[in-house]
Structures are given as C-alpha cells and as structure tokens.
Design a binder for this molecule. Sequence first.
Ligand code: AMP
Ligand code: FE
Ligand code: FE
Ligand code: ZN
Length: 301
Amino acid sequence: MTSRWGRRHRGCDADVMMRIDLHTHTSASDGTDEPRSVGVLAAAVGLDVVAVTDHDTTAGWDAAIAGAPAGVRVVPGVEFSCVVGEGERRVSVHLLGYLFDRAEPRFAAERRRLRLDRTDRGRRIVERLTTAGVPIEWPAVQRLAGGAPIGRPHIAGALVTAGASSTVDDAFETWLRPGGPYYVRKRDVDVRDGIAMVLAAGGVPVFAHPRARKRGRVVTDDVIRELAAAGLAGIEVDHVDHDAADRVELRTLAGELGLIMTGSSDYHGTNKAVPLGANTTDPQAYAEICRRASGTQPARC
Ligand code: AMP
Ligand code: FE
Ligand code: FE
Ligand code: ZN
C-alpha cells in the first residue's frame, strides 16, 4: 500500500484493518508478563502487531519473537530514559526507539550504562527508605526484578510485600514520587543525544507520552518543535495518560511538524491497570515507521 507520506513502504504490508499496539513492557523490564507470552496475549485481544519496548533493554526481543503465534508481528523496540533541560527546568522524558540495530555499539553502551545506573539508583532509594525506618530490603527488590533493570515498580512491589503500602499505586504516591524525600533520579541522557543514538542505530525515535503530566513536568510544544528539527520521527498521541484535549493538540502539532502519530497501551501486565491494545496505531503510521527503519524489521513481516 502507499503510505500517507506518498511512498511505498518496504518490508511491511500494513493493511487498513490491522490493530497495532506499539508500546508494551515485559518482565525483561518492569512488566509482569514474560516476553514469550506477549504475542499470545496480543492475539487474544485481537492485535496483529505488538511492539516490545522494555525500559533500557532489548533482552526480551528474542523470546517475544520466538513466542509469537503465526499472524502476530513483533516490533522490536526500547523505551529509553532521557532528559530535557537542567536544574529547575529539567524534565524527564521517555523516548521509544523502534527497529534499531541492537548491536550498534554507542547505543548499546548507553543502554548498558543506564541499566547499571538503575541498579545504583535503586539501591540509593532503598537506603533512603531504610534510613527512614521503612521495612524494605534490597534483595527483595532484586528478586522481584529477576535480573531486569531495576525500576521503581520493583521497589513498589517490595514495599507492598513488606506491608509498607497497600498497593503499587499507593507506594508510588507515598514513597516513590519524583521530588519526594526518597526519590533519586537516574542519570539520563539528553533527549537530543537519545534521538541521535536511535537514528545512528538505524532506528525510528518516537516521543513516548509527551503530555503525561501525572508523572511530573512535561515539555512545551516548542521543545517538541526543536526535537522534530533534531530528527524526532513521531509522537505518541493516544496514551492512557493523555486526555481528549491533549490528544487533539498533539494531533495538530504532529500535523504541523510532519511527525508520525502513534497510539499504544504502555501495557505493564498487572503492574498497571491499562489493558493491552487499550490504544492503537494507524496502520499507515506503522508502515511509515517500518519504511524509515534500517536497523531491523518486524518479525513475521
Ligand atoms: P523508573 O523508570 O524506575 O523511574 O520508574 C518509572 C516506571 O514506573 C514507569 O515505567 C511507569 O510506568 C511506572 N509507574 C509510574 N507511576 C506508576 C504508578 N502510580 N503505578 C504503577 N507504575 C507506575
Ligand atoms: Fe515502566
Ligand atoms: Fe514511559
Ligand atoms: Zn512505557
């Protein structure tokens, strides 16, 4: 088919009926489903395409691809922690990278650095909690993570197990919110460098949930304009953390800047309430992502 951008895409025949979810997490990061189950779960909710976008790791790719049933395409990706601005103006942002070459050394090294930093930062959060008398132990956090890069959801899970919080949500609210006394930042890369790294590895960079205000401060539209000029390919428009007005404004901005618009669940299994396939991506947008990628292509394309 011919895409909205007027060129035939390579590799991916995306037909208009396809249901596509381009943002999910597995137990390779802070989701609760094993990577090998993602394709089966996707098929069960009527998805044809599912991206695996674990935080700062590609460790789930192979199992996700191997476990997908016939008819489900797996898009290998990552959700990469980045930052915009400094000091008072610092905003933490998440960059989705799709279909990049995971062996490209610079990006691979940055993901490795981020994973190590997550361990260091997780320990420091646990130390702060312990010092305050909260009954949480680092080995319990490590057990919950099961070798995955440590995320606050793992610490939240350990807080629930220890009886310090009633739910993961409550743990975030009480102990783990940014700016709170127990919060420790990650040492994230500037998002412009993040975009450059994804592009240099043949991938397609998409700004995840740019208006997710409940997670903290968000960037202005002018920052998105600058990032589009720096090579950002798309923005996630349909996301559980965006209200109707956000979505309308982001569509207008994407139209102005020629950005690809995506929609996704940001599924985390039982770590979050949102179901797989809660938001989906237009097949033409998916086809455009495939067309622009040179790192790898979706499995079962
Ligand atoms: P981290 O990457 O360690 O800073 O943790 C951020 C992760 O925590 C993101 O993947 C979010 O999806 C998740 N998260 C943020 N707030 C909540 C919440 N209230 N309940 C469950 N998960 C959350
Ligand atoms: Fe997460
Ligand atoms: Fe995110
Ligand atoms: Zn996510």
